[in-house]
Design a protein around this ligand. Structure first.
Ligand SMILES: Cc1ncc(C[n+]2csc(CCOP(=O)(O)OP(=O)(O)O)c2C)c(N)n1
Length: 198
């Protein structure tokens, strides 16, 4: 199963969500399907896409937030799973694309490739209420549909091939993306933000 195919399969769902991705190959694959102003590609800050997604989900409870993550990134910030479970925002879905590799920086093998580290088991142990581990596109689509249907925190660990795009280059640098993403939230989620403030 390829990550690009998984992202393509659920891309239509993204229109009404906030989407945060990790850097590199994953960001490029989403960008290549067509950028939307509700997408934020977290370049450089490895491991923190889920932390940003958690903050967005908690502060914008009526907006679905999707985090497109990677095994290397999650391994760098494992505590994020416990924090997500503790605050359990019903509108947050984290999809961890586990390619067993730090693909975007040369394809170094990650701990999940060894068969030792099981991210789905870690997510369950952290207290995530809905965890799916999938390795076929059919199972991925079923798990994604179930996550979109339920109103509860979900994590999907999708085992994918360690392959990425054959090119890199997005005509949207981090500062501009951040400013425009913030403007999108201000203009489209204004009422929700105001309502969610104590
Ligand atoms: C703190 C930090 N360390 C290292 C890097 C360099 N880096 C960028 S992407 C990446 C690999 C990310 O791996 P993963 O999350 O599994 O995603 P993949 O590239 O495999 O899609 C690394 C090591 C970084 N951006 N930030």
């Amino acid at each position: 199963m390829k990550r690009a195919d998984c992202i393509k399969a659920i891309y239509p769902e993204f229109e009404t969500c906030l989407v945060v991705t990790i850097m590199g190959a994953c960001a490029q694959e989403l960008y290549d399907l067509g950028h939307q102003e509700n997408f934020f590609y977290l370049q450089h800050a490895m491991g923190l896409a889920s932390s940003i997604g958690l903050g967005l989900a908690l502060n914008l409870p009526q907006k679905r937030t999707i985090v497109l993550d990677g095994d290397g990134s999650v391994l760098m910030n494992l505590g994020t799973l416990a924090t997500m479970a503790r605050y359990r925002p019903a509108n947050l879905i984290q999809i961890i694309f586990d390619n067993g590799s730090l693909l975007s920086t040369g394809g170094f093998v990650s701990h999940t490739a060894s068969g030792i580290t099981d991210l789905a088991a870690i997510a369950k142990g952290a207290g995530i209420p809905n965890v799916a581990a999938v390795s076929t596109i059919y199972d991925f689509m079923e798990a994604a549909a179930a996550a979109f249907d339920r109103r509860d925190l979900s994590v999907i660990v999708a085992k994918v091939e360690a392959t990425g795009p054959d090119h890199f280059g997005m005509d949207l640098k981090l500062p501009e993306n951040a400013l425009r993403f913030e403007r999108f939230i201000r203009e489209n989620c204004k009422k929700i933000v105001e309502n969610s403030r104590p």
